[in-house]
Structures are given as C-alpha cells and as structure tokens.
Design a protein around this ligand. Structure first.
Ligand code: CP
Ligand code: NVA
Length: 311
C-alpha cells in the first residue's frame, strides 16, 4: 500500500524509504506516459510553487515552471537577489511569510543548512533544487532515465568519474543506496565523497544490497559499468578553483580510451551543463552512448511526480 507523501519536504533521498523512492519513480513513469498520450490531469489546480534561486539554472527553473503549469498550478520565479533575504530578512521569517501565500517552495542555494532551516520553519513542502551538498531532483530523474534505458535500476552498476565530492555524487550515492543500484566513485585523492554522506548512504544500502565504492583509479571505477556519469569539475561557487581543478582532475576525464573499459552497452550520463574537453570529450557527450538530453527531459516528469505527491 502506497503511503501518503503529502506535506513532506523533498530535501534528500536519504529522508525517504526505498518504497517511497519507488513511489516517486512509479508516479514519474505514469505522468510521463500520460503526457505522451496527451492526457492532462490537473491535480495541483489552484496551487502555487515559489521557486527561490540564488544560483543560475536552465533545466531546474524551466522544468519546474512548466511542470507546475502542466499539473494545473502556477510557478513564481523568486530571485534571492530581489527578496528581502538579500537585505537580511531571516530565513525563518521568509519561510513563515511564504507559507501564507504558497502551496510549496523550491529552492536552489549554496548552504544546505539554509534549505533545512527553510523546511523547518515552513508549513508547506520545501523541495531542494540543489545545494552545495545535494541535488536530489536530478538524482531521482536519473533513476527514471536509467530504468527506461536499462529496464531496471536494481543491480545496475553506475560509475561516477570526476569530482567525487560534489552535490551530484552525494545524491547519486543515496539514489543507489535506496534502490539497490551499485555506485562506484572514481576520483583523485582529495576529491572523494563526504565521509558523513558515505556513512549514511552505506547505512541505507544495508537494506537494498547496493554496493557503494570509492577508488582513485578511473579505469577500475568504470570497469564493467552499465552507466558512466560525469559532472563539471568546478561546481557553482567553485569558479575560482577552476584552474587548479582542471589540473588535478585531468586523469578523470570521460574519453574514448576510458570508454574501452565499460560494458558494451553502457550509456553515458551528465546532469548538464557540460564542459566539452574538460570532464568529458565531445565524442562521448555527443556520441551514440550519450543519453544526456533524455536525462534533461526527465527532470520535468520526475519533478511533476515530486510536486504531485508532496504538494
Ligand atoms: N542539471 C541542472 O540542475 O541544470 P540547471 O543548473 O540548468 O538547472
Ligand atoms: N555540480 C554541479 C551541478 C549542476 C547542475 C553544480 O553544482 O554546479
């Protein structure tokens, strides 16, 4: 029996049981099917989603805005630069005020703690649209893409290569842990995932049998992988470290020689935006193995499931 997720915050996949993650995925599949058939249910008619952005976005902003509209509701873009937050109004007061107008809040910001604080003081669901620590909406969409491309997620081997300490990796570790997908992170020394996230994800993985591993050897990481995943080497907010990261991550580029080690039917994934010639070569990103634009589309379907179930 599916449990009700109404009113729940969507801050991290770690906060949900495996069954609840499955419920998000099943709903995403079904909303995608409906939209392919031209069926337009409007379960969120009359509801409003405020979308606070302290960082740029193409996919997250547009997919949430279109998604809430397709569900019958309305999205409001709120730049953090234009809110009183910029002039020192507290997150607590902002949360209480927004809760009087809106039905849900999506926020993309720097400090993860800000999202936790917003959620703690809001009486409406808060959705994490990316923090320095996590990117759960992307990871849920990626599970949808993997299940479409591979027919399942359980038992699939996903290898992430590059900056192993970023938000994408952390959320993919939880995504694997909750669904039984094995995740191997290939990153140079000093770029390994947060020890705390690794411990929490391994705890979650005890229930599903997902194997979560970290190696400093890119070839070993991708060996026999079904899915190879890359992300930018300098995430938003790390721009000044760009040159240093280019140098230190150079051996962790996803390129044709590395591709020799993957399974014959492996797919390449990237949350986008991508930097061709840095974390991935053009031949891979634009090659037949790449599913990055299907991945981008699935943000829409997965986030519609998040909104429809929680709001
Ligand atoms: N993948 C992703 O979150 O893209 P945007 O930064 O464009 O939202
Ligand atoms: N790790 C990247 C993801 C962008 C969607 C960043 O935080 O910039």
């Amino acid at each position: 029996m599916a449990v009700s997720l109404k009113g729940r915050d969507f801050v991290s996949l770690h906060d949900f049981t495996s069954e609840e993650v499955r419920q998000f995925l099943d709903t995403a599949h079904s909303l995608k099917r409906q939209s392919t058939m031209g069926v337009m249910d409007r379960p969120l008619a009359g509801k409003t989603l405020g979308m606070i952005f302290s960082k740029p976005s193409t996919r997250t902003r547009i997919s949430f805005e279109v998604g809430i509209w397709q569900l019958g509701g309305m999205g409001l873009f709120l730049s953090s630069q234009e809110l009183q937050l910029r002039r020192g109004e507290t997150i607590e007061d902002t949360a209480k005020v927004l809760s009087r107008y809106l039905s849900g809040i999506m926020i993309r910001t720097h400090a993860h703690q800000d999202v936790l604080d917003l959620a703690a003081h809001s009486s409406i669901p808060v959705i994490n649209g990316l923090t320095d620590l996590l990117h759960p909406c992307q990871a849920l969409s990626d599970l949808l893409t993997i299940s479409e491309k591979k027919g399942r997620v359980e038992g699939i081997k996903l290898a992430f290569v590059g900056d192993g300490a970023n938000n994408m990796v952390h959320s993919l570790l939880f995504a694997g842990a909750k669904t039984g997908m094995h995740v191997t992170v290939g990153a140079p020394r000093g770029y390994e995932p947060s020890a705390e996230i690794m411990e929490q994800a391994r705890e979650d993985a005890r229930w599903t049998g997902a194997q979560l591993e970290v190696t400093n050897d890119a070839e070993a990481a991708v060996s026999d992988a079904d899915v190879v995943y890359a992300d930018v080497w300098a995430s938003m907010g790390q721009e000044e470290e760009g040159a240093k990261r280019l140098d230190e991550l150079a051996d962790f580029q996803v390129n044709e020689p590395l591709w020799q080690h993957v399974r014959w039917d492996a797919i390449f994934m990237h949350c986008l935006p991508a930097h061709r010639g840095e974390e991935v070569t053009e031949a891979i990103l634009d090659g037949p193995m790449s599913v990055v634009f299907d991945q981008a589309e699935n943000r829409l379907h997965a986030q519609k499931a998040i909104m429809a179930l929680t709001m």
